[in-house]
Design a protein around this ligand. Sequence first.
Ligand code: HEC
Ligand code: HEC
Length: 294
Amino acid sequence: MKISSRFSLGLLVGVLAAAPLITLATAAGASSQTPYQTGAANSGTPNSSMVVKNSSGAVTSYGNGAITYTVPSPALATLGQSLYLENCASCHGVNANGVPADGTSGAFPNLVGLGSATIDFWIESGRMPAANPRSVQADRRTPRLTHDQAVAIAAWINSLDPSYPAIPTPHLAGANVADGAALFALNCAACHTIEGDGDALAQGTYAPSLRNIPAFQVVEAIRTGPGNMPRFTGNLSDYQVRDIVAYVTEYLQHPRNPGGLGLGGLGPVAEGFVGLLIGVGLLALIGYWVGERQ
Ligand code: HEC
Ligand code: HEC
């Protein structure tokens, strides 16, 4: 056997043996289903398949098997107002319209008309009450108010001008993490990086790291678009949001290294590719060695 034919035999064996690895690598990236595209319906609005109303006809919760959105009880509004006056009114004003006591209109964001998910997100992520009212972007911090207090404040602000989305609870059990990975790469990685570590954006702002963010807050961020982040509504269904959230909280935050090697958490695609390189190389060598012996 000539060197060249031995080499091509080796290459052929290598490529054949590597085929399953290529399939593995693409399976992780490709989205096998896109049946969730549902327009404005079923996207954090009460157009969803499940809408629960109380005896006076007010919506109390809505959603579907992927995410339930709960409207804070109006009975909490009185408590919420006093918590608001104590913790928020110095900046956002006693009427929550962004006008503080000195009367400077537009000094702070107007909160009237924001959904309870927005209010809850900014409080429960520790961004509010703001540590530094002059910073370009409020940072995530240890929350100063409890979940119950955040819900009560949201109930009061919602009573001024009822709006959506309400506070989400994702049901991650049926999530498709592979679809979530593909959707994350498409919709989120440009700003947060493919590893979810975050990155600098324009004008001194940044897309934060997505490590250790509770699942419901990932839904809140996607559905409300805090700061410079776009708000994803009709373009992502609740099922797709659930898949993304599962990927962020179950995979990005706790990488399982399915490739068997850590590789700095490059993910199954990169690890599959490394497997391919090593596999082809090794098998080419074996092919060469088999040819040598004939
Ligand atoms: C010290 C001043 C200050 C206090 C107190 C404060 N905020 Fe803010 N708030 C701000 C500033 C400044 C921003 C804009 C920050 C940014 O864009 O990152 C903001 C932004 C927000 C936003 C986002 C608005 C939007 O349109 O995106 C919400 C919601 C909010 N605050 C709610 C609250 C609530 C609720 C409280 C009380 C628990 C509170 N804030 C207390 C200064 C304050
Ligand atoms: C255009 C850039 C951009 C895109 C695209 C984007 N984000 Fe964001 N994201 C941001 C910025 C900026 C913030 C911080 C907002 C702030 O604090 O003012 C943020 C905040 C978040 C937070 C809150 C993190 C924290 O520290 O509390 C989560 C969770 C999040 N994004 C998830 C996502 C997901 C999931 C997607 C894709 C569906 C996505 N983002 C797409 C820019 C982006």
